[in-house]
Design a protein around this ligand. Structure first.
Ligand code: O2Y
Ligand code: MN
Length: 596
């Protein structure tokens, strides 16, 4: 047992409820990881990849019915439905707790119950928080060891302190003598449940990603967003990068984009501008607290990347590919005959004789995907060739700029700057993106996703936006990050990309750097500050003057056409939406209608 009474009591309570065969308190050691991995190889859950091509790395194939987060089975069980708000599934907490208690009874029969102490953020940092995940999945333990700081050191740091209890079961008890399957899960019943008042998580039936690695979306976003509201900080769905100009002084930028907008690519991009460097603090989540100087300091609460594999290549993201050379877990990718991994677009042509993500022989002519579109790599952040030197700094990094953005072929310019924090909050609240073929549903539909937090906000979205406005009142305007809106995805009328993206995005980051440090030139427009004609560095850029003008044009008519959609988006967020945001919308409409 541990030195923490609350933890000991909880372990006993859950062991009594779930009836596992044994209990294992994880120490986080390499030996423990190796032993779990070899057990999983024996059981068929893991395939060991070739030791020379991909040292200490494993392939895992999930059940085909358990391949992604299940938002329709994700619940915020706040005291009242109003507290959860119109964007979350809600059930009364007592009712849900009673139902889950029935569902979890004896659910770990025949399995080991693992107890995982983990720290979200550097151990001991004033910005970090500790969780304990109880799970019956060794796959979860192995992934949590990469994605979080995990094990004995965390228990030592916890002492008699408090933690977020995170209970997980694959929901597949084994009767005596019953053989296990490589990916146990429950096809009929899934629950991803958050109790924000008691700050606890119960997850049942899925072993995949965000459903099961409870430190990530469940704790670091849904529960942490509630903690952040109550304690005056921000838990956000944001990458964090360092940006260093040739002159050498690094600034830090956080950025929130909806999925399929290249978040991981931007987080570790190679700038094309000579002498400029991007360094990676994190690719998915940022926790930001005020420092003594009144500035916001951010940590990446995670220690790993759980990135989408398909589309990741030496062309799109060479630093991700280099991160994946060893010590990784690959889920639902294809395997080569040599014992290496492959996925769509990893190389121009697929290798011969691939085994697909379901373990079947694969031919390009079959028309099937070799890797599942949501196939993932789990990789340690500290293997990234451009990891930021402050990635592990317990003080965090001071944030100078926050970016919002999305995938919009028209209307939204390449970059513009908010007038102030409240206006920036407004821009984040109306952030929009068009759906792509890689996502489910129709292609080209504009979806609004405030701060990219729609599936991850653990309370009422109106209150969340009010919290953002409140954060802006907590310090001097000069201490706050400047807020920008970017759109790398503009197209011409003929459907041609207007902006090359990838490393060329460093030109936009350079202007942002200059705005932050006080030298960047801008013009005031109805939507915000835009780079003046010569302010964006276009040296050696393969974009015509005409296209550049289009990228930086304010399309008044297009913006005016957006207004009714923004109104109906706001109506869907309910009556807790701050009046200040409606006022911002009215001001935008007025400015757009004014003659210049
Ligand atoms: O499908 C999953 O479980 C993964 S979702 C995910 C993983 C890493 C980073 N972001 C996300 C997301 O959905 O935003
Ligand atoms: Mn994400």
């Amino acid at each position: 047992m541990t030195g923490n009474q609350k933890l000991n009591a909880w372990i006993n309570e859950i062991a009594a409820l779930c009836a596992p065969r044994s209990v294992h308190l994880c120490d986080g050691s390499q030996a423990e990881y190796d032993s779990l991995a070899s057990e999983m190889v024996k059981g068929g859950t893991f395939v060991k990849l070739d030791g020379k091509l991909r040292p200490n790395s494993y392939l895992c194939r999930s059940d085909p019915a358990d391949v992604a987060r299940t938002e329709d089975r994700t619940f915020i069980c706040a005291r009242s439905q109003d507290e959860a708000g119109p964007t979350n599934n809600w059930r009364a907490p007592a009712e849900m707790k009673a139902e889950l208690t029935r569902v979890f009874r004896n659910c770990m029969q025949g399995r080991t119950m693992y107890v995982i102490p983990f720290s979200m953020g550097p151990i001991g940092s004033p910005i970090s928080h500790i969780g304990i995940e109880i799970t019956d999945s060794p796959y979860v333990v192995a992934n949590m060891r990469i994605m979080t700081r995990m094990g004995r050191e965390v228990l030592d740091a916890l002492g008699a302190g408090d933690f977020v209890p995170c209970l997980h079961s694959v929901g597949a008890p084994l009767n005596s003598g019953q053989a296990d399957v490589p990916w146990p899960c429950n096809a009929k019943s899934k629950y991803i449940v958050h109790f924000p008042e008691e700050r606890s998580i119960w997850s049942y039936g899925s072993g995949y990603g965000g459903n099961a690695l409870l430190g990530k979306k469940c704790f670091a976003l849904r529960i942490a967003s509630v903690m952040a509201r109550d304690q005056g900080w921000l838990a956000e769905h944001m990458l964090i990068l360092g940006l260093t100009p040739p002159s050498g002084k690094t600034i830090y930028i956080a950025a929130a984009f909806p999925s399929a907008c290249g978040k991981t690519n931007l987080a570790m991009m190679n700038p094309t501008l000579p002498g400029w460097k991007v360094s990676c603090v994190g690719d998915d989540i940022a926790w930001m607290k005020f420092g003594a100087d009144g500035r916001l300091y951010a940590i990446n609460p995670e220690s790993g990347f759980f990135g989408v594999a398909p589309g990741t290549s030496m062309q799109s993201n060479p630093n991700a590919v280099k991160t994946l050379v060893k010590n990784c877990i690959f889920t639902n990718v294809a395997m080569t005959p040599e014992g290496d991994v492959w996925w769509e677009d990893f190389t121009k042509a697929p290798p011969q004789k691939l085994i697909d993500w379901q373990g079947k022989q694969w031919e390009a002519s079959s028309g099937r995907k070799a890797a599942h579109p949501n196939a993932r790599f789990t990789a340690p952040v500290n293997q990234c060739p451009v990891v930021d030197p402050n990635y592990d700094n317990p003080q965090g990094v001071p944030i100078s700029a926050i970016l919002f953005g999305g995938r919009r072929p028209s209307v939204i310019p390449l970059v513009f700057e908010a007038f102030n924090w409240a206006h920036g909050t407004f821009l984040g609240s109306i952030q929009s993106s068009e759906t792509t073929a890689a996502q489910t549903g129709a292609v080209g539909i504009v979806r609004r996703d405030p701060m990219a937090m729609l599936p991850f906000c653990g309370y009422n979205m109106g209150d969340y936006l009010a919290h953002w406005l409140q954060v802006g009142r907590e310090t001097s305007p000069a201490s706050l990050p400047k807020i920008f809106y970017v759109n790398w995805f503009r197209k011409s009328g003929e459907g041609k990309w207007l902006w090359p993206g990838y490393g060329e995005n460093s030109r936009v980051l350079k202007w942002i750097y200059e705005r932050v440090t006080g030298t960047g030139q801008a013009v005031e427009t109805p939507i915000g500050y835009l780079p003046s004609a010569s302010a964006l560095d276009a040296k050696d850029l393969a974009v015509s003057r005409e296209d550049l003008r289009e990228l930086l044009r304010v399309d008044r008519e297009g913006w005016l056409k957006e207004i009714p959609d923004i109104r109906s988006h706001y109506a869907k967020l309910g009556d807790r939406l701050p009046q200040e945001l409606l006022d911002e919308l009215a001001r935008l409409e007025r400015r757009l209608a004014e003659k210049t």
